[in-house]
Design a binder for this molecule. Structure first.
Ligand code: GLY
Length: 431
């Protein structure tokens, strides 16, 4: 009896201690890697019921639609697009649809996905209106972002809205992007030296992986085979040079334009040249998953798994990373919900390529955890601002877009919901 009271007291004490430790851990951005690995494993053993998936989906879709009902009537200037909502503000800050503004295509992309998810023609009409204003951007050759700009808008318009007329616009856009490929290096030149004078030669950034999707699309839709070949070569070169031995990514690589030699490995948006910028890793996860979809080459699938597993091992408890993994121990450092949205969308797709059930569950369930976190009170914009999500960080190292809502976070979030919906319709979930 005496023993059991002491034992119970001890247990109570241990429980309190455990709770205190958990609290302290959850206050910091970073979590002990071993703990996270265990969590992922626990998640991996579960099969999630379709009822649970449907609950995440219906809440997510209805929140997105109600947020758009509030935001869209306020966004009337067709020469601009919503880019961010500043910390503690409630309404979108709009910026011009400029040729140098990489975020121009995400808002129309969101509207296309809302049409896809709801079937409501009013979203289609709005999407068309917001897409067709920047057709001229198909000739952009000043930087690599033409993929980010044209594919969410015109690509989704072609697929979701069945807009045949967008095909030629996308084919021209692919040719513009391909014109930046340097065969000496084996990659597309992402940025101009004029805009980024720190680097004097051929600059390739990890984000560039996303632009390759436009090239694959173009070859599949009557464009030149060279678009496909360029995309593959770019991904192979990036796989070789852009990642550390532990499968984390650098942000910016400078190559010698003539010899193709790697000159420097740096950052622009990360904490430090050698730090692990979270969204950079997210672009890699998304990019190599897409590479496998388009080529069915196992080396890309293996690589996607390795960089994904690394990313998952670095996550905090809520599966939304700090903006740079190398400052994640500091609880004052901000989160980047946009990275979580990008990876959630990618992991849903990656899960469908797994042969064994354990990996399939692991990626699918991790994506669900990300979507659940993002849709929760902690990250949702509902009742707080006009966006779907809050708490993204665009470029802290440049002193802007810190703990804000970002249009591309919303884009990849609604893309993930759309992918999840189609997966449930096609029995591709893990029930
Ligand atoms: N340029 C893409 C990004 O900021 O992640």
């Amino acid at each position: 009896m005496k023993y059991s009271i002491i034992h119970n007291k001890k247990r109570k004490y241990s429980k309190c201690l455990l709770l205190a430790i958990l609290l302290i851990c959850s206050l910091g951005c970073k979590k002990n890697k071993k703990e996270v690995a265990q969590e992922v494993e626990v998640v991996a053993t579960n099969k999630v019921s379709n009822n649970a998936v449907n609950a995440i989906l219906s809440k997510g879709i209805s929140d997105c639609e109600s947020q758009l009902e509030i935001a869209v009537p306020k966004l009337t200037d067709l020469t601009k697009h919503p880019r961010l909502i500043e910390t503690n503000e409630t309404e979108w800050k709009e910026v011009p649809n400029g040729r140098l503004v990489w975020t121009s295509g995400f808002y129309p992309g969101i509207l296309w996905y809302m049409y896809d998810l709801s079937g409501d023609k009013k979203w289609e009409a709005e999407a068309i209106k917001r897409t067709e204003v920047f057709e001229d951007f198909k000739t952009i050759t000043e930087h690599h972002d033409i993929g980010f700009m044209m594919f969410p808008a015109y690509g989704n318009g072609y697929t979701i809205g069945h807009k045949e007329a967008y095909k030629d616009i996308l084919l021209t856009s692919a040719a513009s992007l391909a014109s930046r490929f340097n065969p000496n290096v084996g990659t597309i030149k992402s940025w101009s030296n004029k805009m980024h004078p720190r680097w004097k030669q051929h600059i390739t950034i990890i984000d560039n992986m996303l632009n390759l999707e436009l090239l694959f699309w173009a070859t599949k839709h009557g464009g030149d085979q060279k678009f496909y070949d360029i995309a593959v070569k770019h991904a192979e070169t990036t796989m070789k040079h852009h990642f550390r031995e532990d499968y984390t990514s650098w942000h910016v690589l400078e190559y010698d334009s003539i010899t193709g030699e790697v000159l420097n490995k740096n950052t622009k948006q990360g904490y430090a040249d050698d730090s692990r910028w979270s969204r950079g890793q997210a672009w890699g996860v998304y990019g190599y998953t897409m590479m496998y979809r388009e080529t069915k080459d196992k080396k890309f699938l293996d690589f996607a798994k390795k960089i994904t597993d690394k990313y998952l091992s670095l996550l905090p408890e809520d599966y939304v990373p700090c903006w740079d993994f190398d400052v994640a121990n500091d609880p004052k450092e901000e989160k980047d919900a946009s990275a979580a949205a990008v990876v959630a969308s990618a992991l849903l797709e990656l899960s469908t390529y797994m042969d064994n059930q354990e990996d399939k569950n692991r990626y699918f369930n991790a994506a669900l955890k990300m979507l659940t976190s993002l849709g929760s009170e902690a990250y949702s914009g509902v009742d707080k601002a006009d966006s779907f999500l809050l708490h993204s960080t665009g470029a802290k190292s440049l002193g802007h877009e810190i703990d804000v809502a970002l249009i591309y976070a919303d884009y990849y979030y609604i893309e993930a919901l759309s992918r999840l919906k189609h997966m449930t319709e096609n029995n591709l979930t893990n029930e």
